[in-house]
Design a protein around this ligand. Structure first.
Ligand code: GRF
Length: 220
């Protein structure tokens, strides 16, 4: 078995994606070790989940820095000190600056709760509902200099139901987030991901699926 990939997770919120990655590492379905969890938010649930799992935590509060670059430099230093090989953004609510990107080229992943390139930015489950989209979903992508614009690794699709609320749709999407993020990290750990332009090639043994999704379903 290859050596475990050293990952650093950055999170600002409740940390359910972090939990799915902790669980995957513990179960051995991700060949990685979370060497640090960093949050900009002292009351983030992610910090509690990490300490419950015995993972090192660091709180770097962005409000203590005047400039974003200084905050970024502190986070980069913490990641480098721990020899992090892949940075995993799991509900991290700060924009990643150029200096940070340059420190981890093609080594920062993010999860976004929409089917990019539709609905980048914030409050996107509500935006999909307001738009009347019939499908929503989530996207794991590498991070580049734009907002939710980097090369796409994996996506999962869920139907939007007529009686959906922001909460019910977000919950249905979150279930899928917890499946595709651990898988994308495991592919990275295997060295199975390569980037050509905007495209990510997955060289792992993946089954092609041509199954279509139609919502609402056809009568017959
Ligand atoms: C998720 O919906 C993720 O897609 C978005 O922020 C949310 C984080 O949730 N980037 P959690 O903190 O992982 O529970």
């Amino acid at each position: 078995m290859a050596e475990k990939l050293r990952i650093g997770v950055l999170a600002s919120g409740g940390g359910t994606n972090l939990q799915s990655i902790i669980d995957g590492c513990q179960a051995g379905s991700i060949n990685a070790e979370i060497v640090t969890v960093i949050s900009n938010n002292p009351s983030s649930g992610a910090l509690i989940r990490a300490s419950n799992a015995g993972v090192m935590t660091q709180c770097i509060d962005h409000r203590s820095f005047e400039k974003r670059d200084d905050f970024d430099s502190e986070v980069v230093a913490a990641l480098k000190e721990n020899n992090v090989q892949l940075v995993v953004l799991a509900g991290f609510m700060r924009i990643i600056g150029q200096r940070f990107l340059d420190a981890f080229p093609n080594r920062i992943m993010n999860i976004h709760p929409a089917l990019l390139p539709s609905f980048p930015g914030l409050h996107v489950q509500q935006k999909a509902l307001d738009y009347g989209a019939r499908f929503a979903g989530c996207t794991v992508h590498f991070v580049d200099g734009g907002v939710d614009t980097g090369p796409i690794i994996a996506q999962a699709v869920v139907p939007v139901l007529d009686n959906d609320t922001d909460e019910s749709l977000s919950a249905r999407i979150l279930v899928q987030e917890h499946k595709i993020y651990p898988q994308a990290i495991e592919w990275f750990a295997q060295g199975a991901l390569s980037i050509t332009g905007r495209k990510v090639i997955v060289s792992a043994q993946v089954q092609d699926s041509t199954q279509e999704l139609i919502n609402p379903p056809l009568d017959h």
